[in-house]
Design a protein around this ligand. Structure first.
Ligand SMILES: NCc1[nH]cc(CCC(=O)O)c1CC(=O)O
Length: 308
């Protein structure tokens, strides 16, 4: 079963790149024969509404999981930031690959950075996390919705619908579009969301040989970081589309985790921030650190933000 592997993937250019990247890795590392099964998910079809209003992240993942369940594929490759905090019963993350650049990128045809934008400039993004952080440094900006895959978003920018847009650097780099990045946000200005830049490999929990084999691909620092980040979100129990950022870095011993939570509606509410660190050597300790960051946000009044 592990000598021929079928990867279920969405058909966007980024998803295909990621699936092909994993295919190449599996061929190199294990000499496996790998095929791709392209699929369109509900999340890909809904382009006119904010995802958080129609069911959130799970929309991109569900169809792929069904393919795994029915044995049409063995493996699904995801951008971890699109994977819900708790996988449905019967599925497991077999591996977390080394993280690409986790930062957000400022993309514009006229302006070099956020600081260069004139008063009242129009910035495209549909991510509440980006909206609240933009608002906190530049309350004057007009933040406008922007959806679609990377190519669609860049086209909307090029058509003049926005003065600038904010995108994950990882996606742009993977697609050979790094030249579109005018500047990278420092993480203290625009903290990434949990899992940004990392890929997760999902399999059926009963696929023991495959789980063991793929597990060897895990990048330890990325995996511990992402466990802590995802634990913040899980502990806050809000929806996966809440304006929450969580970003961790591991130096081989200590995990440093920062989180930020914005109010989804009230522009006068400040961002809540937490920063915690501890020696971390396993997933349980990483998750405990995430829970500590969530507790700190709660102490600062996070529940009023989450209820909104
Ligand atoms: N939400 C869509 C999505 N999912 C993963 C990436 C980029 C790659 C990554 O962060 O792993 C993007 C694009 C973006 O947010 O700009």
């Amino acid at each position: 079963m592990t000598d021929r592997i079928i990867i279920a993937t969405r058909e966007s250019r980024l998803a295909m790149w990621q699936a092909e990247h994993v295919r190449d890795l599996l061929m190199q590392r294990f000499g496996a024969q790998v095929d791709l099964l392209g699929m369109t998910t509900r999340g890909d079809q809904i382009l006119d509404r904010t995802l958080s209003k129609v069911g959130g992240k799970g929309l991109f993942v569900k169809e792929l999981e069904t393919a795994l369940e029915e044995g049409r594929a063995n493996l699904a490759v995801h951008s971890l930031k699109d994977v819900p905090m708790d996988l449905p019963e019967g599925f497991e993350l077999a591996a977390v690959l080394e993280r690409e650049d986790p930062r957000d990128a400022f993309v514009s045809n006229q302006f070099a950075s956020l600081a260069d934008l004139p008063q009242g400039a129009r910035v495209g993004t549909s991510s509440l996390r980006r909206v609240v952080q933009l608002r906190s440094v530049r309350p004057d900006l007009r933040v406008e919705p922007l959806r679609g895959n990377l190519d669609t978003r860049l086209r909307k920018l090029d058509e003049g619908q926005h003065d600038a847009i904010v995108l994950a650097a990882a996606g742009l780099k993977r697609l050979g579009l790094a030249s579109r990045i005018r500047s990278l946000f420092e993480t203290d200005q625009m903290l990434p969301c949990a899992g940004q830049g990392a890929l997760g490999l999902e399999v059926c929990a009963d696929a023991a040989p495959l789980l063991a084999m793929l597990g060897t691909l895990t990048h330890r620092g990325t995996s511990l970081s992402v466990q802590a980040e995802r634990a913040v979100s899980r502990a806050l129990g809000g929806s996966c589309s809440m304006p929450l950022a969580a970003f961790a870095q591991w130096d081989g011993g200590t995990l440093v985790l920062r989180a930020a939570l914005g109010h989804p509606e009230r522009t006068d509410s400040p961002l809540l921030r937490a920063s915690v660190k501890a020696p971390v050597a396993d997933a349980a300790a990483a998750r405990a650190l995430g829970e500590q960051a969530a507790a700190s946000l709660r102490d600062q009044g996070a529940s009023a933000y989450l209820a909104a």
